[in-house]
Ligand binder design. Structure first.
Ligand SMILES: Cc1cc2nc3c(=O)[nH]c(=O)nc-3n(C[C@H](O)[C@H](O)[C@H](O)COP(=O)(O)OP(=O)(O)OC[C@H]3O[C@@H](n4cnc5c(N)ncnc54)[C@H](O)[C@@H]3O)c2cc1C
Length: 475
């Protein structure tokens, strides 16, 4: 006689991946579902997020008259990542992205009709959830409450139950529950800086590096993978954003467009207003150390230029306040200069000396930049004209920056196109599925654009839930 199990499907983690898995499993007929969550609240980093979800072929894109397709998204995704991703799950990710957005809307997730530019795509693929991350989590959570899906808060799963290579449950200390299918959706590991230093060294500098996401993102899936012999993939993959070594540490993904960004040789090297995902990639190329150079006009703008200085970003989200710089504000900058965390000087040569950059190079670069501003066209780096404001009002400022803010970690369990976790020996581990930030190689070396990670969490969470329910039904 078949063993009586406590549940059909167990889900570990209640972020977007976990809740999408639970809802999709229920829709596929699983009746007894438990979501175990280590923290006191539902939602993980997903709840804290901006709620931008990338996708192609959605109803919203169609209604906006945008011509796009999942094949184009797959093509862009692979090209931008130079094919260095797990192509099976990435095909699921891109092919099911539009239908998953439609499905989220069906479940009450409000999505703004205005799309945003996610990254480098031709058409717009950024879908902005109304109410941000909380607006994504709340309707999914409500579905769970209304349909008998149990959510156990404050239950940090410390191991999987395995017999003869088959996963059949989970344990929190001495408490054990069993099920036909277990979905791991525990998020990333940014909250554990030791793991960050070990697996993602390109983002780690002692004292500089910090994580902007949820406390529960401690990488528990890495330990679970070791227990069951699961493959890990995507080592080194992380979305980093730039920050100066200021105190307090303020979350700011984008440098203001009026900055002049300089490498450690004193040379300007990119359009400073570029998408943060491109900035991250360029920092890999220049040795991960740069400088922001600006002048007093940026701190205390003349009235006629105030608007251009105040909101100097290419991206804005529908229905939300325009982005404003948090770090580069006069009071904070003065304080950071006084603390020696950045420098101020009456001349550009003085800035260079303070920051130990070659004086003649930095002076020449800033003079060249000012000439481009005067001409109104950045023929060197193609920064849009609206951001071309000269650096010509003393005193001048320089702040060293590094890509040291950990946004999304992308090293984790290797899965197949159906979210089944793969064993070191190449077989699927029976009973075990994974989705979201705890998996590896679905997000690649390059973050394709805003919404890449929530697309992963929602699409792959939903896919995992369906397959997990299918296995439970086949008992
Ligand atoms: C400020 C901010 C803004 C962002 N904005 C965006 C955006 O607009 N678009 C985008 O695509 N991405 C964004 N991201 C990234 C994105 O939010 C995350 O990568 C994504 O939400 C991860 O979803 P997840 O479900 O995999 O993990 P999470 O949402 O982190 O959920 C994992 C859950 O598992 C729980 N857990 C962990 N270990 C255990 C355990 N052992 N037992 C039980 N539970 C456990 C955690 O507590 C957590 O609740 C943003 C991130 C932040 C921090």
């Amino acid at each position: 006689m078949a063993e009586v199990l406590d549940f059909d499907v167990l889900v570990i983690g209640s972020g977007a991946a976990g809740l999408c898995a639970a809802v999709a499993a229920h829709e596929r007929g699983a009746q007894r579902i438990l979501v175990a969550e280590s923290e006191a609240a539902v939602g993980g980093s997903s709840r804290l997020s901006d709620g931008i979800v990338m996708g192609a072929g959605s109803r919203i894109q169609n209604e906006a008259g945008l011509e796009d397709s999942v094949e184009d998204l797959l093509h862009d995704y692979l090209t931008y990542n130079q094919y260095d991703v797990e192509i099976g799950p990435v095909t699921t990710l891109t092919h099911q992205s539009g239908q998953t957005l439609d499905w989220l809307q069906k479940h009450g997730v409000g999505i703004a009709p205005q799309l945003i530019q996610s990254g480098i795509e031709e058409g717009k693929r950024g879908h902005a959830v109304q109410g941000g991350g909380q607006g994504l989590i709340d309707p999914l959570h409500r579905y769970c409450r209304e349909n008998g899906i149990e959510i156990a808060l404050g239950r940090r799963v410390d191991r999987l139950l395995v017999r003869d290579g088959v996963v059949y449950g989970l344990a929190v200390g001495d408490d054990q529950v069993t099920a036909r299918s277990v979905v791991v959706a525990t998020g990333g590991f940014g909250a554990d800086l030791e793991k960050v230093a070990e697996y993602l060294p390109s983002v780690y500098w002692e004292g500089w590096t910090w994580y902007i996401g949820a406390d529960g993102a401690r990488g528990d899936a890495l330990g679970m993978a070791a227990e069951v012999g699961a493959q890990l993939t995507g080592r080194g993959n992380v979305l980093r954003t730039l920050a100066p070594n200021f105190s307090p540490k303020l979350t700011e993904a984008r440098p203001p467009g009026w900055m002049v960004m300089i490498d450690s040789h004193g040379r300007r090297f990119m359009d400073e207003s570029a998408f943060y995902t491109l900035v991250d990639q360029r920092y890999h190329h220049i040795g991960d150390r740069g400088f922001m150079v600006f002048d007093d006009a940026a701190m205390r703008p003349p009235a006629e230029l105030a608007d251009r200085y105040r909101s100097p970003f290419t991206q804005s989200y529908p229905g939300r306040e325009p982005f404003r710089s948090k770090n580069y504000q006069p009071d904070l900058v003065d304080e950071m200069v006084a603390e020696g965390r950045m420098f101020k000087a009456d001349t550009i040569a003085g800035l260079a000396a303070a920051a130990s950059l070659p004086e003649d190079v930095l002076v020449a670069e800033v003079e060249r930049y000012n000439r481009l501003c005067a001409a109104g066209e950045d023929t060197d780096q193609r920064k849009p004209a609206e951001f071309l404001l000269p650096v010509s009002t003393a005193p001048y400022y320089i702040a060293e920056v590094r890509p040291c803010m950990v946004n999304v970690t992308a090293y984790g369990m290797r899965i197949d196109a159906d979210c089944r976790v793969l064993h070191e020996n190449g077989t699927e581990i029976e009973g075990l599925f994974a989705a979201g930030e705890c998996t590896g190689g679905v997000l690649g070396r390059a973050y394709v654009g805003s919404g890449n990670s929530l697309m992963n969490a929602c699409v792959m969470g939903r896919a995992a839930g369906r397959v997990a329910a299918g296995r439970a039904a086949s008992a």
